[in-house]
Design a protein around this ligand. Structure first.
Ligand code: RNT
Ligand code: ZN
Length: 413
């Protein structure tokens, strides 16, 4: 035990905060690591470029091109991240030994991923992929006016739920199946209701099949706009918030999918009052839904603080969602995951009851003073101790290992 940690423990103890308990709680939090940062969201189907109003920029060398490369890169990242987590897959990452059509995918097409996760004690989450595909060229899928396209994507979403359910069963921990669609229009539409009616009908059919709710959670993810789809998004926040509430599904809040001054942290307690579970995509929007690597910034810390002070660590599915092709992709995973964990740890080291009572007593002076003083409490010493105990590199020493891997593996691709 370092002397830094010992003195930090005493300082926190004086506030009534137990650093041992905070580390213990943090070690139990699983974060879903999005596989798609590893290959710029391209997947294994060779469909070419990314579409659906999302984009990656940059051409940093070493992108993973297949299952072996992507899993090797994930292993490298996981070595440097404390705790045991989940991997978030998209349907476009199937490892089938036959030509796959997305509307007929089966659990066996992902058995390599299940074996991978089982070997390492990881969980898996899943997402149907309703973009980067000829049937989604116009960025209209579940709301398309073309019944053949709707049928194709409904069937894809139905298969996807079964695949996620199979993950939950095989790995003995629930899997989240999250539906996000790009559907929207570049120009101000002449009909806003029709597409939403079609989306609602498609979802009704997708969710009409009752699967095993003890291993499968379904979520729906809204958005405010996409690239080239600036005027209208079919699956807006109001649409999905109501749809999820009425149908007992989870709402997935992606903090890049709201107006720039609208905060997901503020939505968390409101959502948790009305639903048992909630899902998040933690990202970093810069001016727009730019999907930058998650930093230890004010909003990520506030999101973590809300989860912790609502006592909701077991009610929120925390996933990351960003894709930056201008950086070492393994480092991008490590930075984002460690930042999310640092934010959670900081939240766990906060004397929330004391701050709340200042608020309730109307003592806003003490509340503000303490909130600011707490920013300079030695949470870094607790983080270092946590990394040490978890057997992962302390502070920036992980970067040298990523550089070694880059030289030995990534640059040889
Ligand atoms: C897009 C959504 C969605 C995707 C991933 C790849 O704006 O955030 O979650 O980023 O499914
Ligand atoms: Zn997202």
């Amino acid at each position: 035990m370092s002397t830094c940690y010992e003195s930090a423990r005493e300082l926190y103890a004086a506030l009534g905060v137990d650093t041992e308990k905070a580390m213990e709680q943090l070690s139990g939090v699983k974060i879903s690591l999005h596989c798609w940062q590893g290959d710029d969201v391209l997947g294994f189907e060779n469909t070419g470029s990314l579409s659906g109003g999302i984009a990656t920029t940059g051409n940093y060398p070493g992108r993973a091109r297949n299952f072996d490369e992507l899993t090797a890169d994930l292993d490298e990242a996981l070595k440097l991240i404390p705790g045991r987590h989940k991997i978030n897959l998209h349907a476009s990452y199937s490892v089938a030994d036959r030509p796959v059509e997305r509307n007929s995918l089966i659990p066996a097409d992902f058995s390599a991923w299940v074996d991978y996760a089982k070997d390492r004690g990881l969980g898996l989450d899943f997402n149907p992929t309703l973009f980067s595909h000829p049937m989604a060229e116009d960025s209209l899928t579940l709301s398309s006016p073309d019944p053949a396209k709707r049928r194709y994507w409904i069937d894809h979403c139905k298969c996807s739920r079964k695949i996620a359910e199979s993950f939950g069963k095989a790995l003995g921990q629930p899997a989240l199946d999250n539906i996000w669609i790009p559907d929207g229009y570049k120009e101000v539409p002449a009909d806003r209701l029709g597409p939403r009616m079609r989306l609602k009908e498609s979802l009704d059919e997708i969710f009409s099949e009752k699967l095993d709710g003890s291993v499968l959670y379904d979520s729906v993810e809204s958005k405010v706009f996409g690239l080239g789809l600036e005027a209208y998004t079919v699956g807006s926040h109001e649409f999905y918030m109501n749809y999820a509430a009425k149908n007992g599904l989870l709402c997935l809040l992606d903090n890049g999918h709201y107006h720039p001054t609208e905060m997901v942290s503020d939505k968390i307690p409101a959502m948790l009052l009305f639903s048992e579970k909630l899902a998040l995509h933690v990202t970093r929007p810069m001016r727009w839904d730019s999907d930058h690597v998650v930093r230890f910034d004010d909003e990520v810390r506030e999101i973590a603080a809300e989860i912790v002070r609502c006592g909701a660590l077991d009610r929120v599915f925390i996933g990351l969602d960003y894709f930056d092709a201008s950086l070492n992709r393994v480092a991008a995973w490590v930075i984002g995951m460690r930042n999310m964990q640092k934010a959670l740890l900081t939240a766990l080291l906060t004397p929330h009851a004391r701050l709340k009572s200042y608020q309730d007593e109307g003592d806003f002076t003490s509340m503000l003073a303490m909130q600011e003083e707490l920013k300079f409490y030695p949470f870094a010493a607790v983080w270092d101790e946590f990394c040490e105990r978890q057997g992962v590199p302390v502070r920036e020493s992980w970067l040298a290992e990523v550089r070694r891997y880059e030289k030995d593996v990534l640059l040889k691709r």
